[in-house]
Ligand binder design. Sequence first.
Ligand code: ADP
Ligand code: ADP
Length: 229
Amino acid sequence: MITMRNVTKSYKTSTRPALDNVSVEVDKGEFVFIIGPSGSGKSTFMRLLLREEAPSAGEIRVADFRVDRMPGRRVPGLRQRMGVVFQDFRLLQQKTVQQNVAFALEVIGKRRQFIERTVPEVLDMVGLGGKADRLPSELSGGEQQRVAIARAFVNRPLVLLADEPTGNLDPDTSGDIMMLLERINRTGTTVLMATHDNHIVDAMRRRVVELDRGKLVRDEATGVYGVDR
Ligand code: ADP
Ligand code: ADP
């Protein structure tokens, strides 16, 4: 599903590369943690997959997309097939829960009939069927993140990218979010989650890809966060 081959990303303004000769392959349906301290390159890894940045060198493939050589006109098509979740939720504050989720389908031109059928289904899946008409400001943090996950998942993406999705949540709420991401993963969706939450990584026993100063320093099938932290 995802291939990175000898990928280096150097930002113009910095001396050492944010990613340094990284090679990794992720199969369809995998659940992968991308871990490492702040500044190790986790966000850059995600931004490269979304073609928010282009690599300085190397090859990047997502499904049938040749992301590293992608002309600008193809980028929207790539991003339509990727769901993204952030630490700070990034919901539209003036729209209700169901409008936030529907909007993701409206902007890619889905028919109204399809939207009206699909949005309630996905809100039920994330446990927010009863809160469709609330505004984000009326929800707890965990609920807002579930809206964001519903929005990311509603178009059945090939890959769900989650960048520190539990970073603003307490441990119990984080556990709920992880169960939801596991459920999405069980539908066959490939999930990549950047985190530095060692408790979550240790509890889940999933594949761990560790970055340190831009270098891939560990890739384990069922890893823990690390013993020396
Ligand atoms: P992480 O997500 O693990 O915190 P990042 O990918 O954000 O790591 O950052 C990796 C390195 O790249 C850091 O040294 C950071 O300062 C640098 N970096 C990230 N984004 C930019 C940017 N837009 N311009 C210049 N340097 C950047
Ligand atoms: P938490 O359980 O994380 O402490 P809150 O205390 O913020 O969450 O909210 C508890 C419940 O009350 C949530 O289901 C939330 O949707 C609802 N709620 C919170 N604030 C409002 C509000 N201003 N209007 C309507 N419902 C609200």
